[in-house]
Design a binder for this molecule. Structure first.
Ligand code: IVH
Length: 710
């Protein structure tokens, strides 16, 4: 141990190392006493001296600076932008329930999936859904090493330095903890802190925040961490990611543990065995929400038993074992100024109400969706009317109805256009379903010929789930799309990737950097971001094409099944020529049905689309999709069909289990099937399996094979 008084310039490297360790711990302890317990143990001057000594040693031995050094807790150097961090386990979202009945359905669904009796005991936890932004904190050997935002759930932003400035985020965990602990929760701002912050902002002539959540997000995502440090942020822990060891077997046990290692957890979390009690707790929280001092937007229910959570698993991005019961939307009354038409990526013409600005639940609302012409008719709304609007969470506000007695004599009925609002004026059509039922949406069939649709396609393509190009958002696409100069115009996907080349040949006047809003650095950043995306995973390419019914999950399924662009394209082209085998093959994939194959066929039967796609692919290096989880389970890579009645698990659980083990669960038996698991009553599928000579096993044998016998 080095005497505290040894002058910094006399310390050896080893001494400096242990001294920095000791100082970090000591300063953290004082911080905890000062901020957490409001009971400082030393004078401010003594505290400052500790920090000063820490800083002096770091200056002499820069390479010894600890990741969690006290000097990094505030005012660390400004970085250009946040680094990306891949989450060890994805950060999920939650499915929503909007009524008590939805909650009962959820419980019934859980029981059904687990093959439990309808009245079997099922413990659920209930806790407020905090309206902030989620954060994942990674601790190694008890020390905070990374803090990352949710991002797209797989990759988030590294906000470690900023997170260290939040008092309720411990830099070091308390007590004996597993080597790797990832804690997840919500960063939020209390109402009184939010009000005070906005007051300070207004006084300083800076922007005021619309609501506490925006303020929290804006404060955490600051490039200068001293700004974050000056903002009153707080953190509630409610979940976890990777753990090298899991100390408890229940949700409630884990939350209590999170508290014991130094986190704030929400005091309103409770465990229930009775659904009526759980729902009563929801209504109690709803009635008292205004007194909590922070925003919540619902109550989250989770299956308490973690073994059951594991069996339940996930659908797409949401766990089957949890649901968010949202509070009803907030309402207000205002005036309808006009109705505009918005043309979407699929040509849908959506009427949008322009409203006199009104505050609904703390947010200023100026637009509301009217969905379609039938909705305008149903509401009987006219321009100039006073209308009731409602806003629920992040959803676009809606118009609930007209206040009839306030209709002015000047009110004007609205006539919905019969032709596309673009220059081509293509007639709008109403789609009919297979059963001949007329749809409500009016669509322009112009597709890529329609400038509005092309533009929306481009926005979709560069969006977060598509190519995710930094600095190329909706605003920029509009700008490039409309640009007069050919060398600056982006009218189709490939144009994005030829932009830099076209720019290089361009005269000085039409160089991007010479336009308003652009500069040397932002242009370089944009080109770098585009270049970075030239190599892109197959599922993102498929998603980005904007084929109807081909969303994120379907794109991933297709990418995994066809693995390379070439084989996907071949399948799509065969589909387009009406090849039945190609159709059957694609429809045998999980969750893919006629709507998808039809849409893919339609897309690829348009020569213009094919040419456009070819031009795009020419610019790219498409990464092959990962083969289904290279797990070392005995069924990894196999295609399995479950048939007959299963006794130990539901059909859905069986499918989910196979997928977890790296296998594919198919709906029908074909020559590609590797294994059939047959329960009592299996019929035609079993027969087919026998014909093809495919191995057939019982449900019990299945459990033995995958090593979950007992
Ligand atoms: S649990 C796997 N619990 O809500 C489930 N989420 O809509 C992980 N949120 O991204 C989330 N309060 O940011 C959970 N008590 C709570 C929550 C909560 C707020 C947020 C979280 C999540 C979002 C999903």
């Amino acid at each position: 141990m080095v005497a505290k008084s040894k002058p910094v310039e006399k310390l050896t490297e080893d001494e400096a190392r242990s001294e920095l360790d000791r100082l970090a711990e000591e300063i953290a302890e004082h911080d905890r006493r000062y901020h957490g317990e409001d009971a400082p143990a030393i004078s401010d001057a003594a505290y400052d001296a500790l920090r000063k000594r820490n800083g002096a040693i770091e200056e002499r031995f820069p390479k010894l600076v600890l990741a969690d050094s006290p000097s990094r807790r505030v005012g660390a150097p400004v970085s250009e932008k946040f680094e990306k961090v891949r989450h060890a386990l994805p950060m999920l979202s939650l499915d929503n329930a909007f009524s008590d009945a939805d909650v009962r359905d959820f419980a019934a669904r859980v029981r059904r999936f687990l093959k439990m009796e309808v009245d079997a005991e099922l413990a659920l936890t209930a806790e407020p859904k905090i309206d902030g932004l989620s954060l994942s904190l990674r601790y190694e050997k008890g020390r905070l090493v990374t803090a990352a935002t949710r991002g797209d759930g797989r990759v988030g932003e590294n906000v470690t330095v900023n997170s260290r400035t939040i008092d309720t985020i411990p830099v070091e965990l308390t007590g004996e903890v597993p080597d790797i602990v990832e804690v997840r929760g919500e960063v939020y701002m209390r109402h009184e802190d939010f009000a005070a912050l906005n007051e300070r902002q207004a006084e300083a002539g800076k922007t005021v925040f619309a609501n506490p959540r925006n303020a929290a997000a804006g404060s955490l995502r600051q490039l200068d961490s001293s700004i974050t440090a000056s903002r009153p942020l707080a953190f509630f822990a409610y979940a976890w990611g990777e753990l090298s060891e899991r100390p408890h077997d229940t949700q409630s046990g884990m939350v209590t543990w999170l508290q014991s290692i130094g986190f704030s957890t929400n005091p309103l979390m409770e465990r229930f065995l009775d659904l009526d009690d759980l729902i009563a707790h929801y209504h109690w929280i709803e009635e008292n929400r205004a007194t909590l001092g922070y925003d919540i937007d619902g109550v989250v229910y989770k299956v308490d038993d973690l073994h059951l959570q594991e069996r339940l698993g996930f659908v797409s991005r949401s766990p089957r074992w949890a649901i968010a019961h949202k509070f009803p939307a907030e309402k207000a009354v205002t005036e309808l100024l006009a109705i505009d038409i918005q043309v979407g990526r699929t040509g849908a013409h959506t009427p949008v109400a322009r409203l006199k600005p009104v505050t609904v639940g703390g947010v200023v609302v100026t637009n509301a969706t009217l969905h379609n012409p039938d909705e305008i008719e149903r509401l009987g709304v006219q321009i100039g009317d006073t209308v009731q609007v409602q806003r629920a969470g992040d959803v676009i506000p809606q118009i609930l109805g007209v206040v009839d007695e306030k209709r002015p004599s000047t009110a004007e009925p609205y006539a919905f256009p019969s032709h596309c609002v673009c220059d081509l004026q293509t007639p709008l059509v109403r789609e009919t379903t297979a059963g001949g039922v007329e749809g409500v949406v009016r669509r322009c069939t112009g597709e890529f010929a329609c400038p509005y649709q092309r533009r929306e396609h481009l926005k979709h393509l560069v969006g977060r789930k598509g190519f995710d190009i930094d600095g190329l958002g909706d605003k920029q696409i509009d700008w490039f799309y409309e640009h007069e100069d050919e060398n600056l115009r982006i009218r189709e996907p490939a144009d994005i990737f030829t932009l830099q080349k076209r720019q290089a040949d361009s005269a000085a006047l039409t160089k991007l950097k010479n336009f308003d809003g652009w500069g040397e650095t932002s242009v370089r950043n944009l080109f770098d971001a585009i270049e970075a995306r030239r190599t892109v995973p197959l599922d993102r390419v498929i998603f980005s094409l904007g084929i109807r019914h081909v969303g994120e999950t379907t794109s991933r399924t297709l990418a995994r099944a066809y693995s390379s662009w070439k084989s996907f394209e071949q399948a799509a082209e065969r589909l387009a020529t009406g090849d039945e085998a190609a159709k059957a093959e694609m429809e045998a994939l999980d969750d893919i049905g006629g709507a998808v194959t039809e849409a893919v066929a339609r897309y690829f039967s348009e020569d213009k689309n094919c040419a456009m796609v070819d031009r795009l692919i020419e610019e790219l290096t498409v990464e092959e999709a990962e083969a289904p989880a290279a797990s070392d389970s005995p069924v990894a890579g196999q295609t399995i069909v479950f048939t007959g009645s299963l006794e130990r698990m539901s059909r859905d659980e069986a499918k989910a289990m196979a997928e977890r083990l790296g296998a594919k669960a198919a709906g029908s038996v074909s020559k590609k099937t590797d294994l059939v698991v047959a329960g009592p009553g299996a019929g035609s599928k079993l027969k087919k399996a026998e014909e093809f000579g495919i191995e057939v096993i019982s449900e019990d044998e299945w459990f033995e094979r995958v090593g979950q016998g007992a």
